[in-house]
Design a protein around this ligand. Structure first.
Ligand code: ADP
Length: 494
């Protein structure tokens, strides 16, 4: 059966899902932020380096345009020799006059290429040392720059702290690589995690170096504080909601018990008064008959006359009045005819309601009730009376179960149909009903319990009969008592 106290499991599952999803969203957002920061930095690095290399093209173009003065001969006074002083990344400037050859074959090749492409071309390339040469073919004198990549990086404008940044930046060309910024040392670089990458050619066709930036975010870099705070927050919220829900359901249960208790008290009072009226009416009728006889006798005796007759008349009148009072009392406490309030009621729901109300009683006695209700059964009944009967039967069963050890306590409720009637049975594994008790079970004021009023079952029987049903009790073959409530099925239901 579906037990209300299982709900927290679903709360737990739902809460875990929300907590995990939230923590994942926080991690995702943090990674997105880091990725965006990385890409911004990488773009700035690309722009700064591009600006630097473009200057080299400009320097060569200016030298080619100016051409050496006829008498300079490449001496110390030549303007190109001042370049290394002004620009620290320029290690040296070489030139080839019309009647000379380059000292290095690479420079010759680069000049030929430069002449073909009409722009500067790369000469010797040693990226491991952070050096390369750039040649521009011109007439009559061509020029070559030897560039130091280390001095080329504009550190003051650099967007990251070169010593501590986890981003690795390299310049790559033709299988060679110059490490501009080492990033996280290899030993610290997380093997598992999220890898970000960026690469783009420098914005100078003469120096087509690939700017490559990489960054790996390790598990340890995730925002664990926030990711843990979220599930804790969810757990706290769920606990508060659960507490609130429990409070609400406890209040509902208490209200329902109060209502049932009030109805039960009213009905019990009615039963009690009906019994008393029944008990009183008989002797009073006898008193009346005897007094009338005495009156007749007195009338036959000669002297006692008017006084005795008056007294007797008064006694008759009193007795009649007493009988009338009892009659009126009986009328007043007679249960109103509720047959007009019979309506289709889902029997299984009535049983579930009673079980829900008695849940604390069951838990207190360590009883886990079982409900066997394979199909929906709709009965024609007074819902309040039906609730009360089932409630009483379960309470009696729980009281009987107190007499056996907890491990042997079983309580089974069955809802089924038998022909045109519904059958609601309450079976327990208690001590059962003694043979001498069985025939007196439904008598008013019969009880074997200490402090028992003995009205419960008699009231249940009256209520069942009032709904056109019946209540019976028996001992089960395997032990324990079985109470069976039969009620008419609502028309139109199986
Ligand atoms: P009370 O509970 O006040 O005794 P009831 O009318 O409810 O009054 O029950 C009458 C008697 O029926 C009980 O005292 C008990 O002896 C017997 N009885 C009722 N239910 C059971 C049960 N499940 N198992 C054994 N005896 C029962």
């Amino acid at each position: 059966m579906r037990r209300p106290w299982r709900f927290p499991v679903w709360w737990l599952v739902g809460g875990a899902v929300v907590a995990l999803a939230g923590a994942a969203a926080i991690a995702r957002q943090s990674l997105e932020q880091q990725r965006s920061l990385f890409e911004t930095d990488a773009r700035i690095v690309h722009r700064l380096l591009s600006q630097q290399v473009v200057q080299h093209d400009a320097m060569l173009a200016t030298l080619a345009l100016l051409q050496p003065a006829p008498d300079s001969g490449g001496g110390a006074a030549s303007p190109e020799q001042r370049l290394p002083v002004l620009y620290p990344q320029i290690l040296s400037v070489q030139r080839r006059d019309p009647d000379q050859r380059w000292s290095d074959a690479m420079l010759t090749q680069a000049e030929t290429l430069s002449r073909q492409t009409r722009r500067a071309a790369l000469g010797g390339l040693d990226l491991t040392q952070g050096r390369y040469q750039l040649v521009l073919a011109a007439t009559p004198t061509s020029y070559a720059l030897t560039i130091d990549m280390r001095a080329m990086v504009p550190w003051p404008e650099w967007p990251m702290k070169a010593e501590s940044s986890p981003v690795r930046v390299t310049l790559e060309h033709a299988g060679q690589r110059y490490v501009v910024q080492a990033g996280a040392p290899a030993a610290d670089a997380p093997a598992h995690g999220w890898h970000f990458g960026f690469h783009k050619l420098l914005a100078a066709e003469s120096q087509p170096f690939d700017v490559v930036a990489t960054r790996t975010v390790g598990w340890s870099e995730l925002p664990w504080a926030g990711m843990l705070a979220w599930p804790l927050g969810v757990a706290a919220l769920l606990a508060a909601l659960h507490h609130l829900q429990r409070q609400r359901s406890a209040r509902r249960r208490a209200e329902e018990l109060l209502r049932l208790g009030q109805v039960a008290r009213l009905n019990t009072l009615g039963e009690l008064a009906a019994g008393m009226a029944h008990e009183l009416n008989q002797p009073l009728t006898a008193v009346l008959a005897n007094t009338q006889a005495a009156q007749r006798l007195l009338l036959e005796a000669p002297p006692e006359l008017p006084t005795a007759r008056n007294a007797m008349l008064q006694a008759v009148a009193q007795a009649r009045r007493a009988a009338e009072v009892v009659g009126r009392l009986r009328q007043a406490v007679e249960r109103p005819d509720r047959s007009g309030q019979h309506q289709p009621v889902a029997a299984v729901e009535a049983v579930r309601r009673a079980l829900y109300l008695l849940e604390p009683e069951c838990q207190r006695r360590e009883v886990v009730p079982g409900l066997d209700a394979p199909q929906a059964v709709t009965v024609l009944a007074d819902p309040v009376a039906l609730d009360q009967i089932v409630h009483n039967l379960i309470l009696n069963a729980l009281q009987a179960l107190e007499q056996v050890p907890p491990a042997q306590r079983r309580l089974t409720l069955t809802v089924s149909t038998q022909g045109a009637r519904a059958d609601i049975s309450v079976a327990d594994s208690g001590p059962g009903i003694a043979p001498e008790v069985l025939p007196r079970l439904f008598e008013p004021f019969f009880s074997t319990r200490e402090g028992g009023l003995g009205l419960g079952l008699s009231l249940c029987e009256t209520l069942a009969q009032g709904m056109g049903g019946a209540l019976s009790a028996a001992n089960a073959p395997q032990g324990g008592a079985v109470f069976r409530l039969q009620l008419p099925l609502a028309t139109g239901t199986p």
